[in-house]
Design a protein around this ligand. Structure first.
Ligand code: PLP
Length: 451
């Protein structure tokens, strides 16, 4: 097996896959699988943690100083240092470490002064945490269609704009940049803040600018399978001094502790008119994250290398539609998501799993995938799944066609070759097994029912 640091990422010639040879019989039908070792995913423990990261966390444990707001000045705490380092990494004025990505999102909405009860627009393809954070902030999700590349569809948002929308919450889902530049312009035009759920895209860039820095605030998670991982946790970044002060106060900086975040002057508010929600980060996790942050650029390079390698090797494959980035390289590369527009994506994903590659059909009926909007039952007035799917017919169609393969940064190029072989093998067999199915319903064929 080749090591992670092996470059270059040019596609290598692979043996042709023909389904008339015994070795090309699908594992689903008793053939030999492409690989027999487990597909590396973060969930199974293949995280990017090194001994020096463990040492940093142990140092924090041994210090017995676990609370970020003890007697030490801000710049001597792990949390304070982590926030300074985040500001340098993202090029923002402010950063706040908090208890989760969901907390960072909810804080961003509240701190941006979105009035409680407002609608907050978010895409129909995201993790359930996005609409949950909107609810946590006292607002209501307003779901928007995604386009064929599974990005928030700005034309749909414009078409169905509702004056009760108080913010746009864009998501860079599965690491792919949404068109954050266009959305930032649109948000300005409509007079509402743009907030970025950049949780799935930590470190990825769009046209040389880090995702999470295009709107009023960007939210990130440091939970288990993120580019920085301490089990739980998150942070937000912003250039807005007042938004930052409100987020700090809401997160739990009481009795003057807000001042520690403004070493160059007085904070713009006392925080006494805000509730204290206790969504702080602790010193042990911050120490671990600081150590991981030093190797983040290398991890980002590996994500990019692997994704670019796989996408290039499968670009010519008929029958699958690979997501196209909004600008060259505008993705993290933590997942390989493609659609099977005229086949059966559920069957395709099952066949890939049997070949030894983790794969999931996002819109499968038999899977309670919380990235599919119809599984966010708390959002709707109805339990009728057909009625819910009809609210975003194009998104429902695209998610039914979508296959999701995790691309851990610890994949080697040999692992990537296995993925390419498996997708080619399954695609070669697909037309015979699954002739063309019905196309998705056209956009706007049903009136949306939203709370
Ligand atoms: C798109 C998205 N937003 C928000 C979150 C929430 O992050 P956390 O689990 O840290 O609350 C996640 C978690 O995976 C996510 O995928």
């Amino acid at each position: 097996m080749k090591g992670n640091d092996e470059a270059p990422a040019q596609p290598r010639p692979l043996p042709a896959t023909r389904h008339d040879r015994p070795e090309d019989r699908l594992a689903l039908h008793g053939g030999a699988p492409v690989r027999r070792t487990p597909w590396p995913t973060y969930d199974k423990g293949a995280v990017f943690v090194h001994p020096e990261d463990e040492e940093a966390a142990c140092r924090a444990v041994r210090s017995h100083l676990y609370f970020r707001y003890d007697h030490r000045p801000q710049h001597e705490t792990e949390c304070g240092r982590f926030e300074d380092e985040l500001c340098r990494f993202f090029g923002t004025r402010h950063a706040l470490a908090v208890s989760s990505g969901t907390a960072a999102l909810a804080l961003a909405i509240m701190a941006a002064r979105v009035p409680p009860g407002s609608l907050v627009a978010c895409p129909g393809f995201t993790f359930v945490a996005t609409p949950s954070a909107i609810v946590m902030a006292g607002c209501r999700p307003f779901l928007v269609e995604v386009d064929q590349d599974l990005r928030m569809d700005i034309d749909d948002l414009r078409r169905r704009w509702d004056p009760r929308i108080g913010a746009i919450l864009v998501v860079h889902m599965r690491g792919f940049a949404a068109d954050a530049e266009a959305l930032a312009r649109f948000a300005t035009e409509m007079g509402v803040p743009l907030i970025e759920d950049a949780v799935p895209a930590l470190g990825a860039e769009l046209n040389g600018r880090k995702l999470g820095t295009f709107g009023a605030a960007g939210a990130f998670s440091t939970q288990s399978d993120k580019a920085l991982n301490c089990g739980e946790g998150g942070f937000l970044v912003t250039d807005d001094r007042e938004l930052f002060a409100r987020a700090v106060a809401l997160s739990g900086a009481y009795e003057g502790r807000l001042r520690r975040h403004f070493p160059d002057g007085e904070p713009p508010l006392t925080g006494l008119d805000l509730p204290l929600l206790s969504l702080r980060m602790d010193e042990i996790r911050a120490a671990l994250l600081r150590a991981e942050l030093t190797r983040l650029p290398e991890r980002l390079r590996l994500f990019h290398r692997n994704y670019g390698y796989v996408a290039a090797a499968l670009a010519d494959l008929p029958g699958i539609a690979i997501r196209q980035p909004v600008a060259p390289g505008a993705y993290l590369g933590e997942a390989f998501v493609f659609r099977v527009p005229s086949g059966d994506a559920g069957w395709f994903a099952r066949a890939l799993c049997r070949e030894g590659v983790d794969a999931r059909n996002i819109g499968a009926d038999d899977d309670l995938n919380v990235r599919a909007f119809w599984n966010w039952r708390f959002v709707y007035d109805t339990d009728d799944l057909d009625e819910i799917r009809a609210m975003l017919p194009r998104t429902a169609g695209y998610l039914r066609e979508a296959v999701d393969v995790p691309l851990s940064s610890n994949l080697t190029l040999d692992d990537c070759d296995d993925l390419v072989r498996a997708v080619r093998k399954v695609a070669a067999a697909a037309p015979a097994e699954h002739p063309v199915t019905a196309a998705p319903a056209p956009a706007g064929s049903a009136e949306p029912v939203r709370r």
